[in-house]
Ligand binder design. Sequence first.
Ligand SMILES: [Zn+2]
Ligand SMILES: [Zn+2]
Length: 416
Amino acid sequence: MKKNNTWIVDDIQPVPFHSGFWGGSNKRYWVSLINATYAVDAQVRHILTDEEMILATDDYNLSDRTKDNELHFAQGNAYDIEWDKLNLKRDYFSLAPEGDYYADISDWEEMMHLVRNHQIEERVDSKFRAIHEESDNVRQLKHSSDEIEFPMEFLNNLGLKCQPLFLMKVFNVGQGDTIMLIFPDMSIWLVDAFFEKHREKHQMSYDDLVDLIDEKYSDFRVERVIISHLHRDHCLSVNQLARDIGAESIIYTFPNTKLTKTALGALSNTRILRKIDDIESVQKGSTKITLTPACKLQYKRKNDHNANGIIVELETNNSHVLLSGDSPWQQLKEVVLSKNISGKHKCYKVSHHGSITGYDHNFINGYAPHLAVISFGIPNRYGHPDRRVLCGLSHNGAFLSGTAILRKKYLPIPIF
Ligand SMILES: [Zn+2]
Ligand SMILES: [Zn+2]
């Protein structure tokens, strides 16, 4: 066995019907694997596989045909993989980087070239337990209901003529999420941090973010970085950010599934790492910010980072902003439809890059967002965003926008 050939499953996503990867009558899945050795570069490879190879989770409606996940793919499982013995295919559909390929595994015999590596899993697990025990619960921020306004000069520089309550920037980071919230008390919050090494022309890079903060927000403090959940496309750059821009705290919640080394990396700055296991609200002027960790919701799903994250809401007298991470629609429905926000202007960061797992007709009908922003990259293997999600949102009257179609580095949204 060659060195560096251990890989950990980061994410498992159903292949949409309209993509070129649908296997006739068989439902197929993308399994994303991260190399267990390189935490910084986060080398990623993909396996395309059949439904029966995936460990059942209730959301995908697989019958619980096995309790044993020894052979089945599940998030956080580690495998030693002999790639050259697998059925490798070039990736034409998603125009992945030159030389990129994926393994197509459709029978148990091929699965034999993957040897489960419990040792690596346990190593990551014990490191995480140590970090988790060490990290404090989130300390309460000072609540302030005093009205604070952005300096007019600052707004003029941004081309804004009147006072917003806060500014939101949805960065075009490709197939992932990074959102910046800028408050008039001169603080910045980031929800997720994903910056790719290789990027498209209009895509925001890590250096672009550092430059942006230097140029426009040098007087601001980066108060919080919130990890919506521990998938690579949300947490890859968290640790780097904390180090370089002096973030004051990194917020996460217990993931209820095994981790990759990338996720461990995001949590490695234990000095400023804070966990939440309760709903937390912070008042900043007229804006109320609420963080809801998945453990406080009725809808639960194990072995899936998407269903074990933090949902962020920002509410003003006139507006409601919903930052959903990749949360399943059942959880979003629970969070949003229990509140009386019907008269407000609603801005929704569409869950899971527009995947069907974050969408339900009744949820969208009930929430009825005015603006729906989808963070995704073109091309991507997963067929994001799903056509049914786009149709459903626009039929409900939402104005749709997507980071990949902006031809700009970010979408600025002032909230009033
Ligand atoms: Zn994601
Ligand atoms: Zn995710």
